[in-house]
Design a protein around this ligand. Structure first.
Ligand code: ADP
Ligand code: MG
Length: 270
C-alpha cells in the first residue's frame, strides 16, 4: 500500500474538523477527495504530507510513519501539486521543473545531466516539451498547472497529491489534465490523491477504466468513502450540498458507459 491513513482525527483549536478518517491509496489508484468549502480537504492533504503534525491516528507512506520521516524522505515518497503557485521571478519552465529534483534531496550543487533528463522527460510526459525555455510567468493557467504537474513528476515519487488542480482550467484544459493523470495512474502505476470540487471527476476516471474511489468530507463529521457510483448518489448530494441532482447513465461514441451528474436545483426550491 502506498498511502494508508488510519483513524485520523484533527482539529484547529476546539472545533473538530477531520473525524476518525481512514483511507488507503494503492499503486495505480486514484482517490478523489470531495466535500464543500471548508470541509477539510486541504487540511487532510497537509496531514498526509506531514505539514500538520498534531493529528491523532496514523499516516503511513510506503510503510513508514510520516511523522518519523525527514523532509527529504517525504519528498521521495510524495509529490505535491499546490492549489496556486505565484512565481516571484520569471524562471524558465525547465528551472521550475528542476525544483522537483531539488526536493528529491539529490541536488547539492549544480544540477547534473540526469536531473535535466528527468525534467525534460517530465515535460514531455505532460506535453510541454517545447516550453522548456519559456518564462514560467508567460504561461496560461492551464499550462502553468501542467508545469506544476511536471515538477511533481520530476520528483519521481510513488504518490502524487493534488489540491484542486483543475479549478482554474477551462473545459478542454481540465480534460487534458485529467487524461494526463489517468495515463500516469494506468501506465506508470502512480498513486493519486486529489482534492477536487468537480463531482464528475470520479465518474470520468471510472469511465476510463481506472480503479477510483471517492471520499466525501463533512466538517467535523465522519467521512464517507466508496466507489463513485455508491458514494455520489442524489441522496448524498442533497444531504451534503443541499443540491438536488440526478445521476445520469450516458455513453461515449464507442458505447463505453459513464455516469454524469445533472444539477436540478437547490434544496430551497423543492
Ligand atoms: P477545504 O480545503 O475543504 O476548503 P480547509 O482544509 O482549507 O478546507 O479548511 C477547513 C477548515 O479549517 C476551514 O473552516 C478553515 O477556515 C479552517 N482552517 C484552515 N486552516 C486553518 C488554520 N491554519 N488555522 C485555523 N483554522 C484553519
Ligand atoms: Mg482547500
Amino acid at each position: 500500500m502506498i498511502l494508508e491513513i488510519r483513524s485520523l482525527t484533527f482539529s484547529f483549536g476546539d472545533a473538530p474538523l477531520l473525524n476518525d478518517l481512514s483511507l488507503t491509496v494503492d499503486r495505480g489508484e486514484i482517490v478523489c477527495l470531495l466535500g464543500p468549502n471548508g470541509s477539510g480537504k486541504s487540511t487532510l492533504l497537509d496531514c498526509t504530507l506531514g505539514f500538520h503534525r498534531s493529528f491523532s491516528g496514523s499516516v503511513t507512506l510506503c510503510g513508514k510513519n510520516v511523522l518519523s520521516c525527514s523532509r527529504a524522505e517525504l519528498a521521495r515518497q510524495a509529490a505535491y501539486v499546490p492549489q496556486s503557485h505565484t512565481p516571484a521571478f520569471p524562471y524558465t519552465v525547465r528551472e521550475v521543473v528542476l525544483m522537483g529534483r531539488t526536493a528529491q534531496g539529490g541536488l547539492f550543487g549544480a544540477p547534473g545531466k540526469a536531473d535535466y533528463e528527468h525534467c525534460d522527460a517530465a515535460l514531455e510526459r505532460v506535453g510541454l516539451a517545447s516550453f522548456a525555455e519559456r518564462p514560467y510567468t508567460s504561461l496560461s493557467g492551464g499550462e502553468l498547472k501542467l508545469v506544476l504537474l511536471a515538477r511533481a513528476l520530476a520528483q519521481q515519487t510513488p504518490l502524487i497529491v493534488l489540491d484542486e488542480p483543475t479549478s482554474s482550467l477551462d473545459f478542454k484544459n481540465e480534460l487534458m489534465f485529467l487524461d494526463t493523470l489517468a495515463d500516469l495512474a494506468k501506465n506508470d502505476g502512480l498513486a493519486v490523491l486529489m482534492a477536487t470540487h468537480a463531482l464528475n471527476h470520479p465518474f470520468y476516471f471510472e469511465s476510463k477504466g481506472l480503479p477510483v474511489r471517492a471520499v466525501m468530507l463533512r466538517k467535523g463529521q465522519s467521512a464517507r468513502c466508496g466507489t463513485p457510483g455508491a458514494l455520489l448518489t442524489a441522496q448524498t448530494l442533497l444531504e451534503v450540498y443541499g443540491v438536488r441532482a440526478a445521476i445520469l447513465d450516458v455513453a461515449d461514441e464507442a458505447g463505453t458507459p459513464a455516469k454524469t451528474i445533472a444539477v436540478l436545483g437547490s434544496e430551497q426550491r423543492m
